[in-house]
Design a protein around this ligand. Sequence first.
Ligand code: ADP
Ligand code: MG
Length: 346
Amino acid sequence: MSYLVLDGLTKQYGSIMAVDDLHLEIKKGEFVSLLGPSGCGKTTTLQMIAGFVDPTKGSIVLDGKDLLRIPANKRGLGIVFQNYALFPHMTAAQNVAFGLEMLKVCKDELSSRVKETLSLVGLSHLADRFPARMSGGQQQRVALARALAIRPSILLLDEPLSNLDAKLREEMQLELRSIQRLVGTTTILVTHDQSEAMALSDRVVVMNQGRIEQIAEPYIAYEKPETEFVSGFLGKANSFIMGVRIEGGNVFGQIGEKKFPLRDTKLSAGKVIIRPEKISFCLQESAILSGKMKSRVFQGNHWLCQVETTLGGVTVIQQNDGKEIAPEGSEVHLNWKPEDMRSLNA
Ligand SMILES: Nc1ncnc2c1ncn2[C@@H]1O[C@H](COP(=O)(O)OP(=O)(O)O)[C@@H](O)[C@H]1O
Ligand SMILES: [Mg+2]
């Protein structure tokens, strides 16, 4: 049973379709990310759920109730927006207590919930500190505690970590994930960062120009992108035009000069993609493609290589097994398993 259902949700600003006929069902306890480039309609979608923006068309149903008939402040949602700052004149504890006071929670319950929620985000020791004397990460933790203290039916997060530096952002991602798993609150995260969405979510909703391109588990979206946009947005992909031939009852694919058996793949003729980490260096006789190592960059656990071939540049990621790989300028040969390719026009 779906807990939250967006049906035909649409927001038009003049001639701009900010959100275009969105259909999305979210289960209770699920962590879903809206992922896509700037301007694709993520924030507008979240704001319609929050009640700050009225849809042009469509419905939002939460737990069987028509959410659009309920005013924003009565929806019982927890919200952490990038620009949804803490109250500067209130301590961490007072900030967290704020939403509970609005709900007229009794005094004893209020103080125990503030303690409990601050402890959940690891900030018990900073209860009496003012925001100006906290780091960016600590402030976002307070904002998260403030949103969770009211025990929201849904937690809405709009780029909550994007103001933090890279290392802190990664730490906070892990923490956010474990807090969400612990409290089990249904969560929708808006982000343009594909690694953040993949790290945190049960499912990602990849959006482009107001529309949904694909809804899938992170691993499926990455391995089996349904559109070229999804393929490119979730990571680097090499694309080739593949021909298909049938000879003697067997099906062969052909890229450039090279023919290879396709067997049990679902590949069809036309554009195919292959991720850089699925390509390996090999001997000339087993190569699908050959070329020149244009650049190789050592990145600790892997090498990032650009190989120049007659079919264009190919990106290859080679796990570091402790040995040095072929030097720049040398001739290299590439192969991969046909089943690791995906057709984009299937
Ligand atoms: N209040 C508004 N008035 C006019 N256009 C808007 C308004 N809010 C958003 N838009 C437009 O709607 C589109 C989607 O915006 P938004 O939802 O903020 O995207 P995202 O959060 O994915 O970056 C953009 O083209 C944006 O310029
Ligand atoms: Mg936005």
